[in-house]
Design a protein around this ligand. Structure first.
Ligand code: PHE
Length: 496
């Protein structure tokens, strides 16, 4: 047992309650060392109770520490004056930094004098009061100083006011003078020779912060993206290729049965590309394009369509994709071209763009998470089932569905989850069954249904990492230190 811990316990045995500051004075020890001993005693269950009390107190400045150790500036100047005298210039050279001030103070004190251009000691012995004052401050006895003395130390910036935590220590329910040394590590030797059986081990501090590794760190969005990707992969989904931010209006809107006069297709909501303004029309399969045109303008497949003049010029306009459902449309078209239909489960997580006014919850770009299942005879029940399963893996079990409208799904449902922290229902996604007007022109068999859902990556990331303003998560205002400061991984119950 470390000696200081023993002395502390002895003091406690006599007095029942001790204050760390008083104890430092009594034991003539540095206060920090006493605090260290208290902290290590606290790791032994029930030996002591320690209650922290925040205080301000006068303490030595850095310069004050030097003076307390080596003497005041004037004393050091005095000590540098040899018996036979020295020129002022030589003297100042031998005591750099504090020479000027020390010289004038020593003159004031009449410790030295100048004769024939030389400096001599005027008295044989000096009493370095400044040093003894600072030694008192150092041992916590500042009250022994008179008010003038305190003012002088303050004026010379040898002491300053600092914060400190003192501890009120009392006996714990298991108080003893005889504490055992606790092992911090279980070594291979202890296991081999069996001595671990008789040893007591220090318990783990689960609240201790780890040492951050000195390496690159992933942005929170990438960490949460990995978690979502993992869930999809566990559920047997395949990732869709999302490597095109620029998309034609055709795949982003028309293929999804979104009419050309829909407000979302306006420049207020969507970013249009000026150069190249249009997608290459030959990249869109001709017969499919005709079927899409027909279903919009005349209807078909049991639908009346929208009955408007569908224009090819509107559908070739290049835009920054507004949702990853454009990718789903491309993938479903591709699937429909295969000879025999095979059920698929697809997902994607990538960036989308919308012409939004930015504020604390909106940016002009964000990440969308999207999942879809294509199979014969799927129903709304399957959609709710797969969504329940997906969100359960995130730790969200209380879900509610609310009917909504999307041009490309019918029925459509917003997904809400009860947030235990916020104590309210929050919207966590949007979903639906893709319309026949979208799927049949692609050439998918009539009995194939496609269920799908989408959510943003930013919202759950902000909740998980307690980020209030989206602009501090992504974009030019981001403080890169945020990336470093956030935990490498989180241990949590409910995950959104
Ligand atoms: N595309 C929708 C959105 O942008 C999300 C969604 C995906 C809805 C799939 C239904 C089906 O919000």
């Amino acid at each position: 047992m470390a000696d200081l811990q023993g002395r502390l316990l002895l003091a406690l045995k006599e007095k029942n309650i001790v204050n760390s500051e008083d104890l430092a004075r009594e034991l003539q020890e540095d206060h920090q060392k006493i605090v260290g001993a208290i902290k290590s005693l606290q790791t032994h269950y029930g030996i002591i109770n320690a209650e922290p009390i925040n205080k301000t107190r006068w303490q030595l400045s850095d310069e004050g520490e030097v003076v307390a150790k080596y003497g005041s500036h004037e004393a050091r100047v005095y000590n540098a004056v040899p018996q036979q005298g020295i020129t002022r210039e030589e003297l100042l050279k031998s005591v750099p930094q504090y020479g000027e001030i020390g010289f004038s103070k020593a003159m004031q004190e009449k410790w030295i004098e100048i004769n024939n251009q030389k400096v001599y000691r005027k008295i044989d012995r000096i009493d370095d009061k400044i040093q003894s004052m600072l030694k008192k401050v150092q041992t916590g006895n500042i009250n022994d100083l008179s008010d003038e003395q305190k003012t002088e130390c303050k004026k010379r910036k040898l002491i300053n006011e600092g914060k400190m935590t003192v501890y009120k220590v009392s006996k714990g329910e298991m108080f003893t003078l005889d504490i055992e040394r606790l092992e911090t590590e279980l070594t291979p030797e202890m296991i081999a020779n069996g001595t671990w059986r008789d040893k007591k081990f220090k318990s783990y501090d689960m609240d201790a912060l780890g040492i951050p590794p000195d390496a690159g760190h992933l942005h929170p969005l990438l960490k949460v993206r990995t978690e979502y990707r993992q869930i999809f992969l566990e559920m047997g989904f395949t990732e869709m290729p999302t490597n095109n931010f620029i998309e034609s209006s055709f795949w982003n809107f028309d293929a999804l049965f979104q009419p050309q006069q829909h407000p979302a297709r306006d420049a207020h909501d969507t970013f249009f590309i000026s150069e190249p303004h249009d997608a290459n029309i030959n990249m869109i399969p001709k017969d499919y394009l005709q079927r899409v045109k027909k279903v919009h303008s005349e209807g078909g497949y049991g639908s009346q369509g929208y009955k408007y003049d569908w224009k090819i010029e509107d559908s070739t306009k290049n835009i920054l994709r507004t949702h990853t459902t454009a990718v789903s449309a491309r993938m479903l078209y591709k699937l429909a071209q295969e000879k025999d239909f095979k059920p698929v489960k697809y997902f994607s997580i990538d960036r989308v763009f919308r012409n939004e006014t930015t504020d604390s919850t909106h940016l002009a770009e964000f990440h969308q998470i999207e999942g879809l299942v294509a199979d014969r005879g799927l129903t709304l029940g399957n959609l709710m089932g797969v969504i329940n399963e997906f969100f359960k893996k995130l730790g969200l079990t209380k879900l509610r569905f609310k009917p909504t409208y999307n041009p490309y799904t019918e029925p459509s449902m917003e997904i809400f989850s009860f947030h235990d922290g916020l104590k309210k229902w929050v919207e966590v996604g949007n979903s639906g069954v893709f319309r026949p007007e979208m799927l049949l022109p692609m050439g998918l068999p009539e009995d194939v249904s496609v269920i799908a859902w989408g959510l943003s990556l930013e919202r759950p990331t902000m909740i998980k990492y307690k980020i209030q303003d989206i602009r501090t998560l992504i974009g030019p205002r981001v403080d890169l230190q945020m990336v470093y400061n956030n935990p490498l991984c989180r241990v949590e119950k409910a995950a959104i």
